[in-house]
Write a protein that binds this ligand. Sequence first.
Ligand code: PLP
Length: 287
Amino acid sequence: MSRIAYVNGRFTPKSDAVVHIEDRGYQFADAVYEVWALFDGKLADPEGHFARLERSLGELKIPMPMSRAALTTVLRETVRRNRIREGLVYLQVSRGVATRDHAFPPEGTPPSIVITVSRVDREATEARARKGVSVVTTPENRWGRCDIKTVGLLPNALAKQKAREAGAVEAWYVDDLGLVTEGASSNAWIVDGDGVLRTRDTNANILRGVTRLSLLDVARQAGLKVEERPFTPDEAVSAREAFITGAGTLVLPVVAVDGRPVGSGVPGPVATRLRALYIEHAKATAV
Ligand code: PLP
């Protein structure tokens, strides 16, 4: 069955779905995106993702293309037409189509919207989480506004490819101070030698991950000590555990950094428990 995409008001088979060559997303990466995990056909962590979408659009002065309620209806309808229950929903909003000119097009230019849905094999992802994954480190070379979820992802794509070529699944950026900022498509965490959960604070140049934010709450409610405090790659290697978070990875144990084992080199109890608790939370909040 062919997958269905939503493009500017129309549902189209994905193979026929196209955007204009003068779309500003294509020419200038002048666009933002969101990704929701889909559990049992429902969008997980909706509030966090809508809030971040509105914030990213606001920072770029792109109008919200429709109300939250209308967008929720369109997202759900795209999911329904694809008949996918477990997966990911991708939304991209660009500044729209205009004759190429760096400055913004005239006010009233309608934003372009694209929505796609992809299936996730939950059994396969759970098996991967039971084994854990490796990450590599890479110098931080992105722009200074990583808090905006833009589609300007070339450095992220190059970092991810570096990870893949090293047999790892994620790359952790390391800034000029030698501290880990975040992953190419996830936030980075450790459980340090004192059992404290640590992840980079949002004053740093990172994306405010929705999974990260929800997990901070989930972890505190579970009685864990949490600090938004940076760590170095060496601290990650000597930590008890490490893991990454994101709508795609949920909570995924990291067992090696640059080929050096983390802790005992297998997924630890804290990350494993947090994965289960986060999935519970995501299912409970999904709409
Ligand atoms: N950091 C970056 C650079 C990302 O691209 C992502 C997700 O794509 C994340 C963190 C995790 O964000 P979220 O938990 O909202 O998926």
